[in-house]
Design a protein around this ligand. Structure first.
Ligand code: BDP
Length: 699
């Protein structure tokens, strides 16, 4: 009987195996492996020598064993204080805690690739750098790599809620399963940490900036502690978003006034409790007095009062506070673009040493294009931590293809004008002003989707953020190439890079060219709605931003308007004061101009706008054609999903273009330039179109 059962099962299994062989396994190549796809034909741990074993070096060794090509005969992992390494007199002095050096050397008479640094974490980073080098076409001989991160805190901000939803998340539910934590350690937590470590990310804020106080209760601290345990060997610290009013909600106090000693004592004891569970807890991220969140301004205290009070609670444990400058108030009639600077600049010099002020890349809110935030360079006594949005709330979610490398580098490379040749990257690495702290934050685009980020190309934005946080001087194109070579077959790389590089500009063109911003649908922030004018708060309405009327369009931020330009260094302010010297890409951000205004392109403003909308749509068609050519060299599942997403993008780029043009024409009464295709529908049709149940929408 038993043997019959076994025979039946064996036959069934053989059948299954045949089906699998014929069709390929269901999840052959679904993007789960991200950019870490290299696999050694035969894993060979014996090719990797570890001189002083430790948990981190065991991980480094496993990574190398898993992916080291056969061309590499020997790798040695050893700390810089290992006598044999000391003997080599390598230039390790300035590597810092996390920098690595990877060299082909001779040890004990034999050639080996030495991966070294002052810490095991550095060696882990060096191991990933070696694999990256080899996977992107680097030679296996004569290796000489060395790098030290320019930025200390390289942090992902998860806007993940305790109910498993993710605010502005487009890749499925939250990765953190709070319900089964702290007991169940989902293997994905390890895979997440590993992916982050491979690009140098060393911190993660687990919960949404729109925080619930519950995250600070004992059960949730225990859950966070489990995640911290999983992440620790990968060099990743856990941080929490703190709700400023938690002393009232959890502590039963009557106030959360930061100057009240009982409030400060509550936070101190809360910090002590967290550090007992998570000894290397990173600290707090705080969104205060912004979009309805509580904060020190509720008590007429300043943001510095609030930040410092929390900073003093975590300081004895080595923690930091990342205090967001993303503030604007409905009660303030001031141009929204000016409010953060107005509020924070006077506070320069009044923050404690363990506070970083976290500043969005632009003065409004993660728009497809914004000039850099005027606070960069204007608060030299304060470490400023730029905040980028990797999840693309305003750039087509996960469905549209938009590589953000060029957006990130455009900001990082921008000259502040405050000091000769000073860029935003120079400000944020903190060296010029001798800050002990520096940081860069990215709002994560990670969820439970098999491919983590909702699409294969979206993984590139996570990757690019990590690489730039490590070295804000890298080029977006080099990063794209690196990513492409690790993510696809090498034969696809040139085309993939060619698709990626103009992709963000295409989104700018079909959603809001020439410096326009904030034209999207209400709440979900998806699709065009430049006509919206009936929302309660003025700065919620797209019409607040574009100010289009019969004569012209754009927001006058010169001295005749809001004078936001005065928040920039004088040399930049002068440049922005004149539409002739303002970069075309930022023109309508700073100026209100007649539709007939003549541009350097030889077109009128209106004609240029139309031209750019069309260019954006056309660029998507080009990407789709390029992707088609890759069908033979990309695995079926990833190819098909991307091809389908490009079709969606094509349709929606057209929607943006048509709806926007229909609206602008209803305002300016101008005809379309000769030969331009009119919108497919009339304005009313577009205005009636709604997108219910869009993902990531908290409302
Ligand atoms: C806005 C998002 C909102 C966030 C806010 C923030 O729409 O969901 O809470 O940014 O950064 O862009 O706090």
């Amino acid at each position: 009987m038993a043997s019959r059962m076994i025979r039946v099962m064996a036959t069934a299994l053989a059948g299954l195996a045949m089906v699998a062989a014929a069709t390929g396994p269901a999840f052959a190549e679904d993007g789960y492996r991200l950019w870490l796809r290299q696999q050694a034909p035969v894993p060979a741990p014996d090719r990797i020598a570890v001189t002083a074993p430790s948990p981190k070096l065991a991980l480094a060794r496993a990574e190398l064993a898993r992916a080291l090509p056969a061309t590499v005969a020997s790798v040695t992992l050893a700390r810089s204080d290992d006598p044999r390494v000391v003997h080599l007199r390598l230039p390790t002095r300035s590597l810092g805690d996390e920098g690595y050096l990877v060299r082909t050397v001779t040890l004990d008479g034999a050639a080996t690739i030495l991966v070294t640094g002052h810490s095991d974490r550095a060696i882990l980073y060096g191991s990933f750098a070696l694999l990256r080098h080899l996977a992107t076409g680097g030679a296996a001989s004569g290796i000489a790599l060395s790098s030290t991160p320019r930025v200390k805190l390289r942090v992902l901000d998860h806007w993940d809620n305790l109910d498993g939803s993710v605010e502005r998340g487009y890749a499925g539910a939250s990765l953190w399963d709070w319900w089964t934590l702290p007991d169940f350690r989902d293997p994905r937590y390890t895979d997440y940490a590993r992916a982050n470590a491979s690009i140098g990310i060393n911190g993660t804020v687990l919960n949404n900036v729109n925080a619930k106080a519950d995250s600070l209760t004992a059960p949730y601290i225990a859950k966070a502690a489990t995640l911290a345990d999983v992440f620790r060997p990968w060099g990743i610290k856990v941080y929490l978003s703190a709700r400023f009013s938690a002393p009232i909600e959890l502590g039963g106090l009557k106030t959360a006034d930061p100057r009240d000693p009982a409030v400060a004592a509550w936070w101190r004891s809360k910090a002590d409790e967290i550090y007992r569970a998570i000894p290397d807890f990173g600290g707090f991220l705080v969104k205060a007095n912004s979009e309805g969140q509580p904060g020190p301004r509720d008590y007429n205290a300043t943001h510095a009062d609030g930040a410092n009070m929390l900073a003093r609670a975590v300081a004895p444990h080595g923690g930091v506070v990342m205090w967001r400058a993303f503030v604007y108030a409905d009660t303030d009639p001031e141009d929204r673009a000016k409010q953060a600077y107005t509020e924070f600049r006077p506070l320069d010099g009044s923050f404690d040493d363990n506070v970083l002020v976290q500043v969005k890349n632009g003065p409004i809110d993660f728009q497809p294009r914004e000039p850099f935030h005027p606070l960069f360079g204007a608060m030299p006594k304060t470490p400023l931590m730029p905040e980028f949005q990797i999840t693309r709330e305003y750039l087509g979610f996960a469905t549209h293809l938009a590589y953000l490398g060029p957006l990130f580098t455009e900001v990082l490379d921008a000259q502040t004008g405050r000091r000769p040749d000073q860029t935003v990257a120079d400000v944020i690495d903190g060296r010029a002003d001798h800050h002990a702290l520096s940081g860069m934050a990215g709002v994560a685009n990670i969820g439970r989707d098999r491919d983590w980020s909702g699409s294969t190309f979206n993984q590139a934005n996570w990757y690019a953020f990590g690489r730039l946080a490590w070295d804000p001087g890298l080029s977006a194109r080099d990063i794209a190439r690196e990513w492409a070579l690790q993510t696809f077959d090498a034969r696809a790389a040139d085309t993939v890079v060619a698709m990626m590089m103009p992709s963000r500009e295409a989104v700018v063109d079909y959603t809001g060219p020439l410096g326009l911003a904030h034209l999207m649908g209400t709440s979900a922030h998806y699709g065009p709605a430049p006509w919206v004018s009936d929302l309660q708060r003025p700065e919620w309405n797209p019409v607040y931003y574009h100010r289009a009327d019969r004569q012209g369009i754009g927001f006058d931020r010169t001295a005749s308007g809001s004078d936001a330009i005065a928040q920039y260094a004088p040399s930049l302010a002068r440049r922005y004061a004149d539409p002739q010297t303002t970069p075309l890409d930022e023109l309508l951000w700073f100026h209100h101009l007649p539709w007939t205004y003549a541009l350097s392109t030889g077109r009128t403003l209106w004609d240029e706008m139309v031209h750019r909308y069309d260019a954006g749509v056309a660029a998507v068609a080009v990407m789709a054609r390029e992707w088609d050519t890759l069908k033979p060299v990309v695995d079926a599942e990833r190819w098909q999903k991307t091809a389908t997403f490009l079709q969606i993008q094509q349709r929606e780029a057209q929607w943006w273009r048509d709806a926007s043009l229909a609206y602008w024409m209803s305002i300016n009464g101008l005809p379309l330039p000769v030969g331009v295709t009119p919108p497919a529908q009339d304005l009313a049709w577009f205005q009636a179109r709604h997108v219910p149940y869009a993902p990531g929408n908290p409302g």
